[in-house]
Design a protein around this ligand. Structure first.
Ligand code: FES
Length: 600
């Protein structure tokens, strides 16, 4: 027996699979409900409100995540509540995932366009009784005659499609070559496109690029669907290690999501996913291995070595990516078990590899990678900063979407907030959380150990909290607060990053004052107030002009490797030249981490 669920105001209505939760129904109907914990009832992000109908009784987890007042108003966690009748469900905007405004924005680095594939339009003589050559021979000879180089049609799948295509196109076609291999036959006026993807632990950014001009035509972002199997990569590695079915499931989730993103981005520009004839994918080493279904156990056990460190070229269809049948996917090389191809791409895009002055590059994400360029040497490490700055595990944390508090100022005890889109506040995004922490510290509401103190702090649900916007001002009738628990999460995240920075400085025998340039990459890093980042100790105190915020640099690096063979080679050289530093093995790491917890 299945019940009909009506999701409002998104306007999606349909059956909930039997025994399924509201989250299952939402997914089946294409309602992008946030589910940072993967649907195990621990993140509180999938909050919805029952308008009419009946659901299974409230669970212990829901009692922990929702206040008594919210429960009384019909709020539930979609991942735990199952319908017992047809239901109408209201979805608050803060519970919807959507493209974060900074997820796909990044540097534009001018390079000469010389992709790894080439495209030619050729006209063929149709077969006659006097000319009985096969289609393969006919095509290869026509291309050879046009470009002066012998070519081959060795991919059976491409040959299958070419026969019909050549007849349909009246023997005049666009032929795409990768080295001497014909990988695609299409209409002469069809676009030839490339796909660049940055797969993060939490988020994915995908770009469709015109391979003739190098111009990015469309960009799309999405959550990494593997989150359903673990918020951090270790949980996913352990799941994949259970057996081939589990590993295949995680790989298929990514391949399906990338295929969907590619199709959507192409539809936006009036093209088709089969017009994509080349792809470059970057991600951390764990994501890279999960995508390629490489063994992962050794990544989770000391000394954490990758199964494959070198760049990989594989047919897209072999990894389940639905683009042109003969297209290849190129995965940039990894550096170490916890510093992957996304870091290589970031170094490529930011030019850190060529830095002549001492430069620190930080890509802030669920895993944060940091590289120090000093005296011609590149040293990198990775730290597990967690998803707090992305809004996860933060009471009112949300994506950077309308209604998210993005700026906080506290002057004379008065709180001033700025929300995205100037909408009434419904939550706090990463930059707002960081600002709140810095301002609370400056106002003396937070002490050096990170404790909320003073008359403006109230107690609620067994925790201390500071109100950023009260019930009357907020957009959802709930006071938007920062809790003691949130502060602890943020302290852990910032201490992880700061102790990483200190380890690199100590390793090079320099101090923060020697840093001539600090580059901050990643969606979160783009919009943070660097003053706030220094106040809370996430970054060392430096003149602001030494700091540059560059957006999704890993995505930019993937695009560069897509449109330029020289950049692909350079990525290879970078991966070989970076020295990896294992953070946990650096001297005094624990002391440095503990010190970095303080808000000095
Ligand atoms: Fe429901 Fe996390 S997805 S609580």
């Amino acid at each position: 027996m299945s019940y009909i669920i009506d999701f409002q105001p998104v306007g999606r209505r349909g059956p909930c699979p039997e025994g399924g939760t509201l989250l299952d129904a939402a997914r089946a109907l294409g309602v992008d409900l946030a589910s940072v914990c993967g649907g195990v009832g621990s993140c509180g992000r999938c909050r919805v409100q029952l308008v009419t109908g009946e659901l299974t009784p409230v669970t212990v987890n829901e009692e922990a995540e929702l206040t008594a007042e919210e429960l009384a108003r019909g709020y539930r966690l979609a991942c735990l509540a199952e319908p017992l009748s047809d239901c109408r469900i209201s979805v608050p905007s803060e519970s919807l995932t959507a493209l974060q405004r900074t997820q796909v924005e990044g540097l534009e680095v001018p390079v000469a366009v010389e992709p790894s594939v080439a495209s030619y339009v050729v006209a063929l003589d149709p077969p006659t009784l006097e000319d009985l050559r096969g289609d393969d021979e006919r095509l290869c000879q026509a291309v050879h005659a046009a470009i002066g180089i012998p070519v081959r049609l060795s991919d059976l799948e491409v040959a299958r499609l070419a026969t019909a295509a050549l007849r349909r196109l009246n023997w005049r076609a666009r032929v795409v070559l990768r080295e001497d291999e014909i990988i695609h036959v299409a209409a002469a006026d069809a676009p030839w496109l490339g796909l660049a993807v940055d797969i993060g632990t939490t988020k994915i950014a995908a770009y469709v690029v015109d391979l003739g001009t190098g111009q990015t035509l469309a960009a799309r972002g999405a959550m990494n669907p593997q989150i359903a199997y673990g918020e951090d990569v270790i949980a996913r590695l352990m799941y994949a290690d259970k057996g081939p079915d589990e590993a295949a499931r995680l790989a298929a989730l990514l391949a399906d999501e990338l295929s969907r993103l590619a199709a959507d981005a192409c539809a936006e520009i009036g093209a088709q996913a089969t017009d994509i004839v080349d792809a470059v994918i970057v991600g951390n080493t764990a994501i890279h291995h999960l995508f390629l279904r490489l063994p992962v156990r050794q990544l989770a056990e000391a000394p954490y070595v990758p199964a494959v460190r070198a760049a990989v070229d594989v047919k897209a269809r072999e990894v389940g990516l639905r683009i042109a049948a003969g297209a290849y996917v190129h995965l940039l090389p990894n550096i170490a078990g916890y510093v992957g191809a996304d870091h290589v791409a970031m170094l490529l895009a930011t030019g850190v590899a060529d830095a002549t002055e001492t430069t620190l590059a930080i890509d802030i994400g669920t895993n944060t990678e940091i590289c120090l360029a000093h005296r011609g040497r590149l040293t990198s490490l990775s730290c597990a900063s967690g998803p707090a700055f992305e809004g996860a595990h933060i009471t009112f944390g949300m994506r950077a979407a309308p209604g998210a508090i993005e700026r906080v100022r506290i002057a004379d005890g008065r709180v001033e907030i700025k929300t995205i889109g100037d909408e009434p506040p419904v939550g706090v995004c990463g930059s707002g959380i960081l600002d709140a922490m810095a301002q609370l510290r400056l106002a003396g509401v937070l002490d050096g150990r990170g404790r909320l103190t003073g008359p403006q702090v109230r107690q609620a649900n067994g925790d201390a909290e500071f109100v950023l916007a009260d019930e009357n001002r907020s957009g959802n009738g709930r006071a938007i607060t920062v809790t003691q628990h949130d502060i602890r999460e943020l302290q852990l995240a910032k201490a992880a990053i700061r102790s990483g920075i200190e380890a690199l400085l100590a390793d090079a025998g320099i101090t923060a004052a020697d840093l001539r340039r600090v580059i901050i990459a990643g969606a979160f890093g783009t919009y943070i107030d660097v003053g706030s980042a220094m106040t809370v100790g996430l970054l060392p105190v430096l003149p602001h002009e030494r700091i540059t915020q560059v957006g999704n640099a890993a995505g930019t690096g993937a695009r560069l490797a897509l449109i330029s063979r020289a950049q692909r080679r350079k990525a290879q050289a970078i991966a070989h030249s970076v020295r990896y530093l294992e953070l946990a093995r650096t001297p005094k790491f624990m002391r440095s981490f503990a010190e970095a917890m303080y808000l000095k």
